[in-house]
Design a protein around this ligand. Sequence first.
Ligand code: HEM
Length: 249
Amino acid sequence: MELISQDGFSFVFRWLHVLAGIAWIGLLYYFNFVQVPAFAAFTDAGARNMAIDKLARRALDWFRFAMLATVATGLLIIIVTESYASDGPGGIGWGAAPGTSILTGMLLALTMAYNVWMVIWKNQQVVLANAAGLLEGKPADPNAAAAGRKALMASRQNAMFSLAMLFFMVFTSHYSGAYDTSGGAKVVYWIIVLVIWAVLEANALGFLPWKTEAGKGLNWFYEGVSNVIYGAIGLWVVLWLLWEILFQR
Ligand code: HEM
């Protein structure tokens, strides 16, 4: 059984990782590009509450567990890929181009995982309980709208991160070798990447001066499907340009 070997495990975990990843990100795109605009178009509040209770609840269950499976299999790949530990001959190393690439992808992916569990799910539980309560004739929860807004901002930020995240996942083994990250430019790279990441995530969490206010400041990126897509492409272009400028051989 060739699969019972380090290479075999590395392959099987990659396969399961991509499978879990498409389930997670597929549902993320469903929420952002299909469900949110569709629910906003519902003219019947009762029908919307029914859809939240019966449809969104199920989609969120698959979404959370697909995220956990993606993180688990991604970390398993790291564990079986010994060469990440060494920058020397035969090692791909955290400091070498594949290591720099996968660390960038993981920074974005793990932030997205945090947003799913700690922000989206936490706030969606309030929205789901409100919808279920209304269907049973209970009074509306006054906190539901604010909770929905917080979940929406984190979800839209995740959609914005996803394009660059997936680029670096695939770039790691399939193209990063064309770049040289051995010089001091890596420090500049990480400072710029971390600043961009911190500003965007702080915005998603409502920590910037405009907080959760619609359309204000960087919240512009969360207003509508097109803006999210522009943001995702913009972030990817900036990160890719950093590689072109700083790590050109
Ligand atoms: C959440 C935390 C995640 C971690 C820790 C993680 C980790 C990894 C690692 C270590 C690799 C192998 C890189 C290499 O050596 O080539 C990888 C590859 C990959 N990941 Fe992730 N990943 C995460 C999230 C995601 C997500 C959300 C997706 C979405 C689909 C994804 C899709 C992929 C793909 C397509 C590959 C390339 C497989 C290949 O070309 O062999 N990952 N990931």
